[in-house]
Design a binder for this molecule. Structure first.
Ligand code: AMO
Length: 446
C-alpha cells in the first residue's frame, strides 16, 4: 500500500499527517470522542476521533473489533499525564482525519482482548484462524520461529550442510507401528517417521548435515506430548571420537537456541510469563541404570528393571537433577540395544546397551541421538536381527559399503521445545495446525 507507515514507526512522524492500515483492536467511546486501538504486524496505536472531523467520527461510531481500516491521521504527542513510557506508542496517538473501511468483520464469538481472552484448548483449536490474531498465541509461534531459525543458524555456523529430506519413503526408519502407510499409485509407501536414513546417506558425502523437515508418526495415544505431524530438527556428523561428541554438539545447539530466544523474544517471554530453563555449564549425563536408581532412592518407586523411562520417570528424574545440580537438563545414555532402532551403535564393551542418548528437560524428552553403526557388515547383521528387509533400505546400505567414518547425530522436535520453554500444558498449543488422532483442522468425530 502506497505511503503506508508501519505503526511501530509512528513516533518518528510526530506533527505529520500519515496513513496507517490494520485491524481495529478495541473501541472505547468517551463522550463526544471515539477512541480505538489500531493494530498492524508491528504493534498498536491509540486513535482518537474528534467531533470536528465530522465524516470520520460518524464512521468511527460504527466500526468494531477486527474491522480492517486504512486511516489518515495526524501523529500527536500525548498529553503529559497520559504518557505510557514503557509501551510502544505510549507517547503518541493518532488524530483520525479520514477512515476508509477495507473490510468489515463479523461480531467476534468470544472475548479477544488481551486480558479477557480465556479459551479451552479445544475451542481455541476449533477457532484457530481467528485466535491466531491474539498476541499470546502469536507469541508462541514467534518463539517457535526463533527455535527453528536459531537451530539453522547454529548448524550453519558449525559447517553443517542443509538438505531437503523426502517425506515419502519405501521403508520404516524408526521401527514400530507408528507409521502412516499411503497409497502410492498401485503400490504402498510410507510417510517418513524421521529423515534418519537420509541424513546418514547425505552425511557420507557431506560430513556434517542437517534438515528441518516434517516427520509423521501414527501415534495412537492422545497424550499432551504427541502430535502426528512434527517439525523435526535433525543433525548428523562424521568423524566423531565417540557418542560424547554428539552429546556435546547437541548441548551447544540447545544452549544456542536458548540464548537466541533470550535475545530475540524478551517481549514474548514476558507476555507469556515464561522463564527459560536453566542450562548449567556442563549438563549432567547419567546412565539409564543410574537414573532408575535415583528414582528409587528419591521416590521409592522401583523401576530398576524397566527398559526405558516412562513419563512419570522422566518427570521425577528431572526433579531430582534440578534439586541436585540446578540444571533443568539431563542427558541419559545406556539404553538397551534391542529397544532402540537398528542403526544405533552398541557399546563394544557391553553390546546389550547402546550408545544412544536422550536429552530431557523439565520432565520431558527434547532430543534423541547418539552414535550410529558405520560398519557395513555390522549394519547388515542388525538389519537381520531387527527382521527388516534389506531390499527396502538398499540405498541406505549402499552408502555404507564405500567407507564411512565414525558418526552420529540427533534430532529435536520444534513443538516440544517450544512447549517446554514456554511452560505450555499441551504440545498442541505449540503447533499452529496440530494433527492428532482426533483432529485434522476440524475434529474428526464431528
Ligand atoms: P525420536 O523418535 O526420539 O528420534 O524423535 C526425536 C524428537 O522428536 C520429537 N518427537 C515428537 N514430538 C511430538 N510428537 C511426536 N509424536 C514426536 N515424536 C518425536 C521429540 C523427540 O525427542 N531418528 C531419531 C533421532 C536421531 O537419532 O537422530 C528419532 O527420530 O522431541
Amino acid at each position: 500500500m502506497k505511503n503506508r507507515i508501519f505503526i511501530k514507526d509512528l513516533k518518528d512522524h510526530v506533527g505529520k499527517e500519515v496513513i496507517i492500515a490494520g485491524w481495529v483492536d478495541v473501541r472505547r467511546d468517551q463522550g463526544k470522542m471515539v477512541f480505538f486501538d489500531m493494530r498492524d504486524m508491528t504493534g498498536k496505536v491509540q486513535c482518537v476521533t474528534l467531533p470536528v472531523h465530522t465524516e470520520a467520527i460518524e464512521q468511527a461510531k460504527h466500526i468494531r473489533s477486527e474491522w480492517v481500516l486504512k486511516i489518515t491521521g495526524l501523529v500527536n504527542k500525548r498529553p503529559e499525564k497520559n504518557i505510557k513510557a514503557s509501551v510502544l506508542n505510549g507517547e503518541v496517538e493518532l488524530e483520525v482525519t479520514n477512515i476508509e473501511i477495507l473490510s468489515a468483520a463479523k461480531e467476534l464469538p468470544f472475548d479477544m482482548s488481551l486480558d479477557g481472552y480465556n479459551l479451552e484448548l479445544v475451542t481455541e483449536l476449533d477457532n484457530r484462524a481467528l485466535v491466531l490474531r491474539h498476541p499470546k498465541i502469536q507469541a508462541v509461534f514467534k518463539v517457535e520461529e526463533t527455535v527453528i531459525d536459531s537451530f539453522r543458524e547454529f548448524m550453519k555456523k558449525n559447517m553443517f550442510f542443509e538438505f531437503q529430506a523426502p517425506s515419502i519413503t519405501p521403508a520404516v526408519a524408526e521401527g514400530g507401528s507408528e507409521v502412516f502407510q499411503i497409497d502410492y499409485f498401485d503400490k504402498k509407501a510410507f510417510l517418513t517417521q524421521s529423515p534418519q536414513l537420509y541424513k546418514q546417506i547425505v552425511m557420507t558425502a557431506f560430513e556434517r548435515v542437517f534438515s528441518v523437515n516434517k516427520i509423521f508418526r501414527a501415534e495412537p495415544s492422545a497424550t499432551t506430548r504427541h502430535l502426528t505431524e512434527v517439525v523435526s530438527l535433525d543433525a548428523e556428523m562424521a568423524f566423531i571420537d565417540g557418542w560424547e561428541d554428539i552429546r556435546d554438539m547437541a548441548e551447544e545447539t540447545v544452549r544456542f537456541i536458548l540464548k537466541s530466544i533470550k535475545e530475540k523474544n524478551a517481549e514474548e517471554l514476558k507476555l507469556l510469563k515464561a522463564e527459560l530453563p536453566t542450562m548449567i555449564e556442563k549438563t549432567p549425563t547419567i546412565s539409564l541404570k543410574e537414573a532408575q536408581q535415583k528414582i528409587f532412592d528419591n521416590f521409592k518407586r522401583d523401576v530398576r528393571h524397566e527398559k526405558d523411562l516412562n513419563a512419570q520417570d522422566e518427570r521425577e528424574l528431572c526433579e531430582i537433577i534440578k534439586k541436585e545440580t540446578g540444571s533443568d537438563f539431563v542427558f541419559v545414555y545406556g539404553y538397551p540395544t534391542r529397544k532402540k532402532p537398528f542403526y544405533v551403535y552398541p557399546n563394544p564393551e557391553n553390546p546389550e546397551v547402546n550408545e544412544g542418548i536422550d536429552l530431557l528437560c523439565r520432565g520431558l524428552e527434547w532430543l534423541s541421538g547418539g552414535r550410529r553403526i558405520n560398519d557395513y557388515n555390522q549394519l547388515l547383521e542388525h538389519v537381520k536381527l531387527w527382521e527388516m528387509d534389506p531390499n527396502k533400505i538398499k540405498m541406505f546400505l549402499e552408502a555404507f559399503k564405500y567407507g564411512v567414518p565414525p558418526e552420529g547425530g540427533f534430532a529435536l522436535g520444534a513443538e516440544r521445545i517450544t512447549m517446554q520453554i514456554l511452560g505450555l500444558k499441551n504440545v498442541r498449543e505449540a503447533s499452529m495446525f496440530p494433527r492428532d488422532m482426533e483432529r485434522i483442522d476440524e475434529r474428526l468425530s464431528q
